[in-house]
Design a protein around this ligand. Structure first.
Ligand code: LLP
Length: 447
């Protein structure tokens, strides 16, 4: 089975105390040591998924893997990905800066985004990143202008909207025509004319598309490759330019609950490679280099979040709500996308799940429900709840809502745990606050 077809990290086991262990670490002990909520990342699961990608595409020599750092980004992860031979897809100054400060090889970094700022483009140029995925006409002009001022020629993809709809949540569909991302196919000729005639510091190497996220279908990848290669063929005819690279974005789904049935990486690889073979033959093209930008499928399954159970409420003749010490600020996905998760009680891992409860977060919103109607062993105050599959888009979309502190993250491997993100403190929380002089004197007097 592919890692993305598992609900739990690959090292998950139950120890003699009946506690859940990941990476050889007892989650109850991690809760005591680091406090909760706590993000836990299993290094073996991350590496294993990276290796699956490499193995699945091994037969296609020209494959490049650029981890979509929006899914989760820290310096420690950069170190792991560098070792695994992955590059990075970034979308902001913050993501580029993290990569840079982790000592990542910036020539393996790609910059995406539909409204990159001048500062971000300058930063990318100064870091000498490897590729830009240019999204729109303004960016073409800005990037060329900045590149000229720095006397650099940069390699770019043009991001296109391929007109492919996949059956995922509306908010994470991106490839359909009415999308804020990328050039419509009807605008490509104008963009290419500009690059040829005016934007001489931009070197067009290929086309980029991303069709969506948490994808379970395989046909959409086949079609995506077809649309891109057809366009490359057309561009060759019309503009006499040979585009040698295609960036297919990310999107492979993971298994949040038993109801999710994503394809394996191997299946996706076979579909993509077959589509390249078929379409290159049809259009008489050389095999292009492929770029892939997987995010969720690389880190999703590797991460879990543990919480401590606190208060609970039995609605007369209704649900039993069990509250945990985190919720929508450390994982906004349930309230944002109605995302579903699987969980167990880490200290009752061998007990039968015979009670149906709803896991509520601690935030001041009725919508802050982490998991609706889940069966667990009788939950009690002090129990440690482990929610699986929070490795992607959990920490990266977290907030300080209600002025709560962002949890810590630890990396586990071979029974060792190491902090990779420190828990925030109240001092951190107010460290960026300023009181204007005129108010400051007032508050001092009143105090
Ligand atoms: N490349 C591009 C251009 C993207 O926009 C994305 C995700 C990816 C790659 C990575 O896709 P992945 O392999 O992770 O599916 N916050 C949402 C997901 C938003 C995805 C945005 N773009 C969620 O929590 O479900």
């Amino acid at each position: 089975m592919s890692v993305n077809q598992e609900i739990k990290p690959i090292t998950t086991e139950i120890n003699e105390k009946g506690h859940l262990c990941i990476g050889g670490c007892d989650l109850v002990e991690l809760a005591e040591k680091y406090d909760t909520p706590l993000y836990i990342y299993d290094e073996d699961t991350i590496r294993s998924m990276c290796q699956e990608y490499k193995k699945a595409f091994a037969k296609y020599e020209k494959s490049n893997f650029m981890f979509a750092s929006k899914a989760f980004m820290t310096k420690a992860l950069c170190a792991i990905l560098k070792e695994e031979g992955f590059g990075l897809d970034t979308v902001s100054g913050g993501e580029m800066y993290t990569a840079y400060s982790a000592g990542f090889d910036m020539s393996h970094v790609l910059l995406n985004g539909n409204n990159k700022s001048i500062d971000e483009l300058e930063m990318a140029l100064d870091y000498n990143i490897g590729r830009y995925s240019v999204d729109n006409f303004l960016e073409l002009a800005l990037l060329d202008n900045l590149a000229k001022s720095k006397n650099k020629i940069v390699d770019i993809f043009l991001r296109i909207t391929p007109g492919i709809e996949c059956h995922t949540h509306e908010y994470i569909q991106t490839g359909h025509l009415d999308s804020k991302f990328g050039f419509d196919l009807t605008q490509l000729d104008e963009a290419i004319d500009l690059i040829k005639e005016q934007y001489t510091n931009l070197n067009l190497v290929g086309l980029h598309a991303h069709i969506g996220s948490q994808i379970f279908e395989t046909q959409v990848y086949y079609d995506e490759v077809g649309v891109i290669l057809k366009e490359i063929r057309r561009i060759k005819e019309v503009h006499n330019i040979d585009l040698k690279e295609i960036n297919l974005g990310g999107g492979l789904g993971i298994t949040y609950t038993e109801a999710d049935v994503p394809p394996s990486v191997e299946t996706i690889a076979d579909v993509i490679i077959r589509s390249i073979e078929v379409h290159c033959k049809e259009y008489n093209l050389e095999y292009p280099a492929i770029y892939l930008e997987p995010g969720r499928s690389i880190v999703g399954t590797s991460g879990v979040t543990i919480y401590t159970i606190g208060s609970s409420k039995q609605v007369p003749k209704g649900r039993r709500y069990v509250a945990v010490d985190g919720g929508m600020a450390d994982n906004p996905r349930p309230s944002m996308y109605q995302a579903k998760y699987t969980a167990v009680i880490a200290n009752k891992a061998n007990e039968e799940s015979n009670e149906e409860v709803t896991i509520a977060g601690r935030y001041c919103e009725s919508g802050d429900i982490l998991i609706r109607d889940i069966k667990l062993p009788h939950p009690e105050e002090g129990d440690i709840l482990c929610v699986f599959n929070t490795g992607a888009y959990g920490y990266s979309m977290s907030s300080n809502y209600n002025r709560t502190l962002r949890p810590a993250a630890v990396l586990v491997k071979n029974a060792q745990s190491d902090i990779i993100i420190k828990r925030e403190t109240y001092e951190d929380l107010v460290s960026d606050d300023e009181i204007p002089q005129r108010l400051s004197s007032k508050i001092m007097i009143e105090n």
